[in-house]
Design a binder for this molecule. Structure first.
Ligand code: NAD
Length: 536
């Protein structure tokens, strides 16, 4: 049935607002329903941008953009593509964090898909309620560890929605093929449990065997209903994140962005840092402050990267040191370490972070602890005293949680530090030079990785594909950017970066032979032609 009149305007996929041509207005019964002037998409982009900027707070801008997405999908994505640098922090971290915290209060219209333990036994038929048949990309969370904000329960829906928006804008995935899913298994957030406006299940989280069985049914239902889809796990609490990845990574096309996407983006930054330090990664020692899913994910991939440079697995592990709340992670505490951390436990005396720093004398210091300010002046000056170009990554998000600021890293090393962060920092002026700190944003990796895995017909996401994505990202940084201290390319180039990563990942999957079909000869051309490019 062809929609007409206001019904057309209510369909975000069809709606062009004031850009409907006279011919379309005649055909669709839109005369009189729209103001007479016919706008171009460029004019609409300018108008939407000006309106967005007029909103006084970031959360208001987020609400404005969400409404635009639900009103005119093509215009929303055009805006996001053309103004990625400005809009990404609104559509994703940090503003999406606030949007999740206030999700129930700002709720206007549903988006995404909710599955709860009440659906057990019927999950596959519930999935059939999603209006699209050809789903290729699912981002799923259970809301237990939303960014650095903890358990936000069903309010975490903002995360899959935001990540999928980035897939469409940064890697040209068709929004029609995307499905954000919230597995609402309850919450331990006491505020939400007694908030009358909370929109999720007001009951304690499902745990243990019941949780595992619920997830298992969900995974089997996805495989059956959407057999061509890639599943991205997002913001699960670390024990579940690690367990689900181990359990399912060989069973279906899936990955965990907090573990593997973070790992690839960090390893890309480390590869790029060697252009400054002039030292092979395999000649360096790495000290991680924080031993959670982010830093052990980085460690696991880094070990593979070091093996590619010729080290044995054990030699590679020997170069990585972890600090948790008890200090250096050693074998003395083996009983209390998770399976992801155990391989990195050292046969050394227990010691504090400061003692480890002085004992190990690392080339690279990586913070992923969520504890701000732990890279003190003393720590950074020590790194500067033992290396000409000390590598310091402060990856904790949001900005307020960073282990040090860009100003600290450059200021306390006379501008010699090679710095990257999880959240964006502005440029730093030091000794007459301008330093442009790079942001190790996962959005550099996951859209291209997912696109390449999907189009390349990969059966699973392997470590080799992750390393390939990291190496490709590192090659996208120019000498000029490196000279300014930036280890990542400008966000405005992210669509091209994603395509390069996608092609490299698809070719790697092909080389490994773990694919459903061979790549066509003109793969890259076909991929580029198939990218979602919102226009009228
Ligand atoms: P997590 O809770 O799994 O791990 C945190 C780790 O830090 C734990 O091992 C904990 O023991 C340790 N820790 C915390 N405070 C400490 C202290 N004072 N002393 C010693 N150890 C301490 O969290 P996660 O998922 O690994 O994320 C950690 C941080 O990394 C978050 O802030 C997150 O935003 C950030 N992150 C950044 C990126 C990125 O930059 N691309 C990606 C993912 C996560």
């Amino acid at each position: 049935m062809t929609l007409r009149g206001r019904e057309v305007l209510k369909n975000p996929r069809l709606n062009k607002g004031t850009a409907f041509t006279q011919h379309e207005r005649d055909e669709l019964g839109l005369n009189g329903v729209l103001p007479p002037v016919i706008s171009t998409m460029e004019q609409q982009v300018e108008r939407a941008l000006a309106n967005m900027r007029r909103q006084s707070t970031d959360i208001d801008k987020y609400i404005f953009l969400s409404s635009l997405q639900k009103r005119n999908e093509r215009l929303y994505f055009r805006l996001l593509i053309e103004h990625t640098q400005e809009l990404m922090p609104l559509v994703y971290t940090p503003t999406v964090g606030q949007a999740c915290e206030e999700f129930a209060a700002i709720f206007r219209e549903t988006a995404g898909f909710y599955i709860t333990p009440n659906d057990r036994g019927n999950i596959e038929s519930v999935l059939a309620n999603w209006p699209e048949q050809d789903v290729r990309l699912i981002v799923v969370t259970d809301g237990e560890r939303i960014l650095g904000l903890g358990d936000l329960g069903a309010n975490g829906m903002g995360i899959p929605i935001g990540k999928l928006a980035l897939y469409c804008a940064c890697a040209g995935v068709d929004p029609q093929q995307c499905m954000p899913i919230m597995l609402d298994v309850g919450t331990e957030n006491q505020g939400f449990l007694c908030d009358p406006f909370y929109l999720g299940l007001q009951q304690p989280r499902l745990r243990g065997e019941e949780y595992d069985a619920f997830i298992e049914e969900f995974i089997q239902a996805v495989k059956s209903r959407f057999p061509n889809a890639l599943l991205q796990f997002e913001d699960f609490a670390t024990p579940n994140a690690v367990k689900l990845l181990e359990r399912y990574r060989d069973e279906l096309l899936c990955f965990n962005d907090d573990i593997q996407g973070t790992a690839a983006v960090a390893v890309a930054g480390l590869i790029a840092s060697t252009c400054v330090t002039k030292k092979a990664l395999s000649d360096q020692k790495f000290l991680f402050f924080g031993a959670g899913s982010a830093s052990t994910g980085i460690g696991a991939l880094l070990v593979k990267a070091l093996q590619r440079e010729g080290l044995s697995e054990q030699e590679a592990r020997d170069r990585l040191f972890y600090i948790n709340r008890k200090g250096l992670v050693t074998q003395h505490h083996a009983d209390s370490l998770g399976s992801h951390l155990l391989p990195f436990a050292k046969d050394m005396a227990d010691m504090s972070f400061d003692e480890t720093l002085r004992e190990v004398r690392p080339d690279v210091l990586i913070g992923a602890s969520g504890t701000p300010g732990v890279f003190t002046r003393d720590v950074i000056e020590f790194m500067g005293s033992i290396h000409e170009a000390p590598v310091i990554f402060a990856l904790s998000n949001p900005t307020s949680k960073a282990e040090c600021t860009a100003q600290d890293a450059y200021g306390w090393t006379d501008g010699r530090a090679v710095f990257a962060s999880g959240s964006p920092f502005g440029v730093v002026h030091i000794n007459g030079e301008i330093k442009v700190p790079g942001q190790g944003n996962n959005a550099y990796i996951f859209p291209g990785l997912g696109l390449g895995a999907l189009h390349g017909g990969a059966a699973r996401i392997t470590d080799e594909m992750l390393i390939t994505s990291a190496e490709t990202l590192a090659t996208c940084v120019t000498d000029t950017e490196i000279a300014q201290g930036c280890l990542y390319p400008p966000l405005q180039t992210i669509r091209e970066v994603s395509v390069k990563i996608a092609v490299a990942v698809a070719e790697k999957a092909q080389e490994l032979g773990d694919v459903k079909a061979p790549l066509p000869a003109d793969f890259e051309q076909g991929l580029r032609a198939a990218l979602y490019d919102p226009n009228y």
